[in-house]
Design a protein around this ligand. Structure first.
Ligand code: FES
Length: 122
């Protein structure tokens, strides 16, 4: 079972365990279930409010996860993903660092999720 550690400069870090059935849930849903205050608005990958920085804590390296087209557009608008990073994701199956918590589904890997910066610059 993967551990997901939520970290913020303005809140105490918290690690939760993604139990069976979590793999269909988004990081935002898991955060809400565990009272972790990630900002959000639309909940549908359109506004960018739930932007988080994702780091794998796995020694074997991070799994890539497909971005939705809406997520790609929002991350581009926020200047949080480059064309080169998108190419690496599509061609080499390498993950991008910034994600929208409402779109990111948990997989079988330990993650560090950084959230809660006013200007979203980490
Ligand atoms: Fe709007 Fe996630 S809450 S993009």
């Amino acid at each position: 079972m993967p551990n997901i550690t939520f970290s913020s400069p303005i809140h105490k870090d918290k690690t939760v365990y993604a139990v069976a059935g979590s793999f269909t849930k988004t990081v935002l849903t898991i955060a809400q279930e565990n009272h972790i205050p990630i900002d959000f608005s639309c909940g549908d990958g359109e506004c960018g409010t739930c932007l988080v920085k994702v780091t794998s804590l796995e020694k074997k390296g991070r799994m890539a996860g497909p971005l939705t087209l809406k997520e790609v557009d929002v991350l581009k608008d926020l200047h949080k993903v480059t064309r080169e990073e998108l190419e690496k994701m599509y061609v080499d199956d390498l993950p991008v660092q910034w994600r929208l918590a409402c779109q990111l589904q948990v997989r079988d890997e330990d993650l560090l999720i950084e959230y809660g910066q006013e200007d979203k610059v980490f």
